[in-house]
Design a protein around this ligand. Structure first.
Ligand code: PHE
Length: 442
């Protein structure tokens, strides 16, 4: 008998118990929004890239989205039991192969190729997730990294070389809050066996100034666009504000997030840190040290262009696509219309466990993950669903069975949906919940 397999981009992949990637998700692979010249995802990429000029930085924008579990997780030091590895969060082609969940999946490979002192990688990434206006199973990230080679810097003094380069970086008119010391012994430690305190200070300073430059580049444009659209009063402007907070990633230490104050709220814009030396050692470049960052492009593009719904990035409607031109010309998106919404609820019991252990009153709620409901809804409703929310959650006092009620908001971005159409979609969702998840409708 033939081994079950999947053909993707002319390559054949064996499938197994881990395979969970639907064909609807694979259909996104050819789009490469980061490469479409006047698409807002691409414009956002270009604005950020302009802060990381070649030849210091090489820009990789067409790396293939199918990577190994080793590349996506192991090479970056993700622990065996990290939740990101689970089939509820990640699309598996088979047990060893995934759709990359982040651009960091390529760090080791690019470190190994080591063409220049720095690089950026912009690419589509894939995650099983909730349905709402800011989440989509496919989105785009940009990774950036900068390295120094201990063998190549003058006198082997990395800290000094980093400092010298730091002095050349443009200074910015940005009001920055950075209240914490560079390292924290427990939460944000220096990699003491590899980096001296001086090296960490120098790399952190270089990283922070480089990324503050990105924020100025992005948000001064976003501001200009918002003023031109009359969303913001030019006379009431305060200086742009950003702040550094401690963060955690398995592949950097110390790590930070950069937040920006935008229209009354602090927004997390990117994650970054000093690259773990083990990542570089395992990539075969033990003499390199440096920093890395990752930023979500849709998240930034939504602010930059005032785009209210992440589904719009996939729209082929010229009323959307024709509103964007180039990075020199960032303008606020003018929504074409807000079409009516239509809420429908679905309530169901989770399948109860047949193998009754112990008291025999266990439901297999342990097997259930909300992302499975989300996937059923996406498969049926595609881009006609704006969001899905859990509105009720109930456990039967005697049987112990669990009942859930989800509220699905059907709304097209491009037209008014007909009543029968929504009813049909909703009927299909109900049927699929039974077929695919073994739900018992109430
Ligand atoms: N890959 C991380 C994420 O997806 C972001 C990151 C990249 C953090 C590089 C630190 C360094 O959340």
């Amino acid at each position: 008998p033939r081994t079950p397999s999947l053909e993707i981009d002319g390559k054949c992949y064996v499938t197994d118990d881990w395979t969970n990637v639907p064909s609807s998700i694979l259909s996104y692979l050819p789009h490469k929004l980061q490469l479409q010249p006047s698409h807002p995802v691409s414009i956002t990429r270009q604005v950020i890239e302009s802060n990381f000029p070649s030849p210091t930085y090489t820009h990789y924008n067409d790396l293939h989205p199918i990577v190994t579990v080793a590349e996506n997780f192991d090479s970056l030091g993700f622990p065996r039991d990290h939740p990101g590895r689970s089939r509820t969060d990640t699309y598996y082609i088979n047990k060893d192969t995934v759709l990359r969940t982040h651009t960091s999946a390529h760090e080791a490979e690019i470190f190994r190729r080591n063409k220049s002192e720095g690089f950026t990688i912009s690419a589509d990434v894939y995650r099983r997730d909730a349905i709402d206006r800011s989440h989509y199973p496919v989105f785009h990230q940009m990774e950036g990294a900068r390295m120094w080679d201990r063998r190549k810097v003058p006198g082997g003094d990395v800290a000094k070389a980093v400092r010298t380069d730091f002095e050349r970086l443009p200074k910015h008119s940005l009001s920055i809050e950075d209240p914490n010391p560079t390292t924290h012994a427990e939460r944000n430690p220096r990699q003491a066996e590899h980096h001296s305190p001086k090296e960490v200070e120098a790399i952190a300073a270089h990283l922070k100034r480089s990324l503050e430059g990105v924020v100025v580049e992005l948000f001064s444009r976003a501001r200009k666009a918002a003023i031109a659209a009359g969303h913001v009063d030019a006379n009431a402007l305060e200086p742009l504000r950003a702040r550094w907070t401690e963060a955690y990633f398995p592949f950097t230490s110390p790590s930070w997030e950069l937040e920006v104050f935008w229209q009354g709220d602090w927004l997390e814009v990117l994650g970054c840190g000093v690259t773990k030396q083990d990542v570089l050692i395992n990539a075969g470049v033990p003499d390199q040290i440096g920093w890395a960052f990752g930023v979500g492009l849709e998240r930034v593009a939504m602010l930059l262009f005032s785009i209210p719904d992440i589904r719009l990035f996939w729209s082929k409607d010229p009323r959307f696509l024709n509103q964007f031109s180039s990075k020199e010309n960032v303008n606020t998106f003018v929504p074409f219309s807000k079409y009516p919404e239509c809420y429908k609820d679905v309530s169901f019991w989770l399948r109860s466990s047949s193998s009754s252990t112990g008291g025999g009153m266990r439901s297999n709620a342990q097997d259930f993950h909300e992302n499975d409901v989300m996937e059923v809804v996406r498969e049926v409703g595609s881009d006609l669903v704006e969001d899905v929310r859990l509105v009720d959650n109930f456990q039967h006092p005697v049987s112990g069975r669990k009942s859930l009620c989800y509220r699905i908001n059907y709304r097209s971005l491009e037209r008014t949906l007909r009543n029968e159409e929504v009813n049909q979609l909703h009927d299909s969702v109900r049927k699929q919940l039974v077929e695919k998840l073994g739900a018992e409708l109430r």
